[in-house]
Design a protein around this ligand. Structure first.
Ligand SMILES: [Zn+2]
Length: 475
């Protein structure tokens, strides 16, 4: 019997990638130790720096000679909650709701907090608010995740409550199983009204108190939201440059920062970045047709200064670039909600595939890599930059063709995004997919890759996507 052929990318090791991922998650968990309410590999934080240093150290260990850790200013201030409290008082209390969190940024409550009766407003549709006088009350509104804190019904209903009522505060229950803490840039739409997020268990508890008390005895709630905009911190990128036979480049990006554990977002992308760096660093320079630039970028959740730094301060990376690769939320396990529980699958969630600046050849290479590696993608391909790569729109024309996989599954920006939601097998598939694209592109000249290329999005331009011509798996 012939020996089984070794997979061309057998060296890309899912277990090693998952170890990296777990390390990035641990850095986020360790950040809780300083007592801050908001934790994770937050932009500008010690934990984000530790993640960058870990990538930097990895690049050195892989034998990459041209390695840098660069520092530059952060773009946005971050709002940090300094004191949060949500407690049921009066006859039904005292009871403190542990999942209550500030929807950053939130308006502050006055000195001493708000003490007010709770009012249930359902999903906050106009029909829920008709004829309701919420003056001086705290509104309890449910938000339907579609499927996560990235997009959810609360985005519009909170704005509606803020504009149409005189509510003193808003509690937004993210309707995910369990008692999940959700954060992120959720608070902008509430304007001057303090807004807290709440897990479903805690939200249901408050709703049941309302039902128990009836119209005459609504629960009395104390809500404290205090926080501050903090001075811009510095951001850091780790950069590794692997020279090839030519000075044409392929630029790979993965952002380091996260809210909470950030396993999918974006320890998954960082792990793949490191493994691809290790893989290509193990080759002789003459076996690498083009120069590869690996960049772990900081501050995606604060205006992507890490990508802007590369675009503005390191134009040489892009002058002869034939391709960019954005590694962002590349492989989390398939997930759904069934009868109130989270169920996971034996493969990954469908991700959105981006083919930016698509030429027929680049599309052929990419769709073949989808098929060959069992990559689950939605059947609609995007031709736009997504996530951290959005800031590549700042590049001068003709811009950079790019391949990316991205998703925002239900654990996005929540305490559910832990190391268990990314599998070694999923990381392996993603790493093989991107390696096959790098090698596929490197088998062709820049002119061949460019032939028939479509325009690349610039600021404000959003090209339409197209239906993914991939066959269904197994066809
Ligand atoms: Zn991300």
């Amino acid at each position: 019997m012939p020996a089984p052929a070794t997979h061309p990318y057998a060296a890309l090791d899912g277990e090693r990638m998952h170890d990296h991922l777990s390390h990035f998650v641990d850095l986020a968990l360790d950040s809780r130790g300083d007592g801050a309410l908001l934790w994770g590999r937050l932009p500008g934080s010690v934990a984000a720096l530790a993640a960058t240093e870990y990538v930097h150290k990895g690049f050195l260990e892989y034998g990459i000679e041209d390695v840098e850790l660069v520092r530059f200013p952060m773009k946005w201030n971050l709002w940090w909650p300094t004191r949060l409290d949500l407690t049921v008082e009066g006859s039904q209390g005292p009871y403190t709701l542990r999942s209550a969190f500030a929807a950053t940024p939130s308006a502050q409550t006055p000195e001493g907090g708000i003490k007010a009766h709770l009012a249930y407003v359902g999903l906050g549709h106009p029909a829920d608010l008709m004829g309701r006088d919420l003056t001086g009350r705290i509104a309890l509104v449910y938000s339907v995740p579609q499927p996560s804190a990235f997009y959810h019904s609360g985005l519009t209903s909170v704005r509606r409550i803020a504009q149409m009522t005189n509510a003193a505060g808003i509690l937004m229950v993210m309707d995910l199983p369990g008692n999940v803490v959700v954060a992120g840039n959720l608070g902008w739409s509430a304007g001057k009204i303090p807004l807290m997020t709440l897990g479903k268990d805690d939200g249901d508890y408050l709703r049941e108190l309302i039902e128990a008390g009836g119209l005459d005895d609504p629960p009395m709630i104390r809500m404290v939201v205090e926080g501050e905009m903090r001075q811009p911190a510095e951001a850091r990128n780790a950069i590794g440059i692997l020279p090839g036979r030519s000075d044409e480049t392929i630029v790979l990006l993965a952002h380091t920062d996260s809210w909470f554990q950030g396993a999918t977002d974006n320890a998954s992308g960082l792990a793949v970045l490191m493994e691809l760096a290790r893989h290509y660093a193990s080759m002789k320079q003459e076996d690498r047709p083009r120069t590869l630039i690996f960049a772990a970028t900081e501050g995606h959740h604060a205006g992507s200064p890490g990508v802007s730094y590369l675009v503005r301060q390191r134009p040489e990376f892009f002058e002869k670039a034939v391709l960019g690769i954005n590694l962002e939320h590349v492989a989390s396990v398939g997930v759904g909600v069934y009868a109130g529980s989270i169920v996971t699958s034996n493969t990954e969630n469908p991700r959105e595939l981006s083919i930016v600046g698509q030429s027929p050849l680049l599309k052929r290479i990419t769709y073949k890599a989808v098929q060959d590696n069992g990559i689950v993608v939605s059947m609609q391909t995007s031709h736009n930059y997504r996530g951290d790569a959005n800031h590549l729109r700042e590049l001068p024309p003709p811009g950079l063709p790019l391949i990316g996989l991205i998703e925002s599954p239900i654990w996005y920006h929540s305490t559910l995004d832990d190391a268990s939601v990314v599998s070694p097998q999923g990381l392996t598939r993603a790493a093989r997919f991107f390696a096959q694209i790098i090698d596929g592109v490197n088998a062709h000249t820049a002119a061949e890759l460019d032939e028939g290329r479509k325009p690349i999005p610039t600021r404000g331009a959003h090209p339409m996507g197209e239906r993914n011509p991939s066959q269904r798996m197994g066809e």
